[in-house]
Design a protein around this ligand. Structure first.
Ligand code: KG4
Ligand code: ZN
Length: 333
């Protein structure tokens, strides 16, 4: 079964084609440079850039995969959550392709895409599992008792992890999006240099809070500067990152133990973080729980994760009626 995946929920126009679990082509037209000078994604600019990029990207993806629109059995597209104008560009194109070719149509939740991205390298049988989804807009723990069924276990009560990474990166002058640059800088610093708070580590639930950590970083810098001391940006980055990673690792492992699952799936852009990957693997080795995450390119937004999630739903006989539209705050569970 050949399935086309289209992802336009935020600032990456992404298209992929998968066939029976194999990625034939997976291309991205990134808008990072367009938004960088504003220090964040400008929704109206994102929608326009998707419109410009999508048609040529579709052509190029079909060419790379060696197929035509007529060869497609299914079309999968992100229907939410995300920026409404951006989402509608992808949904409109996907529905038109499905209508014109007769291919089956399936709408995919972006967060499910991040979780099911694991199927590309780890095989289609991912459930039962506990999943940590950490991206620019989300930080949540979900239980997946079987494929495509989700139960929310906990989530951030304020900022998302990616948002916190981006804000501190901007503060350190590392550009936008700053997650990857902060990760690189942190590798040269000491994660134990500054004892930042581990927010909600002992709250007894599986929720997260990140706004206090952000404030603590800013307060620390102000105090050090007013005392005439220099700040080592690498130590600051490493200590900030460690505080986030510590809580994410411990809550994820607690959730896995509470649910009695033998597998943890990680998904979302922040899973590209080298320290999170390293610490989760260590925790997995200690506990005997299998830790799965996609390779770095498949952690950040991409079309393959939508195509593979769509193929999985279509193979179960599911599809979505045309005209479904998009939901900017679509929830997973
Ligand atoms: O999933 P994603 O590509 O887009 C959304 O769905 O939001 O996630 C993007 C987020 C950004 O905040 C970005 O800074 C962060 O993922 N990110 C990272 C790393 N790579 C991307 N955060 C920390 N370390 C990284 N290596
Ligand atoms: Zn994402």
């Amino acid at each position: 079964m050949k399935v086309l995946g289209i992802e336009t929920s935020c600032d990456e126009t992404a298209v992929a084609i998968v066939e029976d679990g194999v990625v034939l082509a997976n291309l991205i037209a990134s808008q990072v440079d367009l938004h960088a000078r504003f220090g964040g994604v400008v929704p109206e600019l994102a929608s326009r850039a998707h419109v410009e990029a999508l048609t040529p990207l579709l052509d190029e993806t079909l060419g790379r995969a060696g197929c035509d629109f007529g060869d497609l059995d299914g079309v999968a597209v992100t229907v939410g959550p995300g920026l409404i104008g951006a989402l509608l560009v992808g949904v409109g194109a996907a529905e038109a392709i499905a209508l014109a070719t007769g291919a089956s149509f399936v709408g995919i939740n972006h967060l499910e895409g991040h979780i099911v991205a694991n199927a590309i390298e780890h095989g289609p049988d991912l459930a039962p599992a506990v999943c940590l989804v950490v991206s620019g807009g989300h930080t949540m723990l979900v239980h997946m008792p079987e494929m495509h069924r989700y139960e929310l276990l906990g989530q951030t009560v304020d900022d998302a992890a990616g948002e916190a990474f981006d804000k501190i990166a901007r503060f350190l002058g590392l550009g936008f999006p700053g997650g990857p640059a902060l990760d690189a800088l942190a590798r040269t610093g000491d994660p134990g240099a500054i004892a930042f708070p581990r927010a909600m580590a002992d709250s007894g639930d599986l929720d997260f809070s990140l706004s206090g950590l952000k404030t603590a970083v800013l307060r620390h810098v102000k105090m050090e500067r007013s005392a005439g001391r220099d700040i080592d940006p690498a130590d600051l980055a490493a200590s900030f990152q460690e505080a986030i990673v510590d809580v994410q690792v411990s809550k994820t492992m607690t959730a896995a133990e509470e649910r009695g699952v033998e597998r943890v799936l990680l998904g979302g852009g922040v899973v590209a973080n080298t320290r999170l990957r390293e610490r989760m693997e260590e925790a997995g080795e200690r506990s005997g729980i299998a830790i799965r995450f996609p390779s770095i390119d498949l952690c950040t937004d991409n079309g393959a994760m939508i195509a593979v999630a769509g193929a999985s739903r279509l193979s179960r006989g599911e599809s979505t009626p045309l005209g479904v539209g998009a939901d900017p705050s679509l929830s997973l569970a």
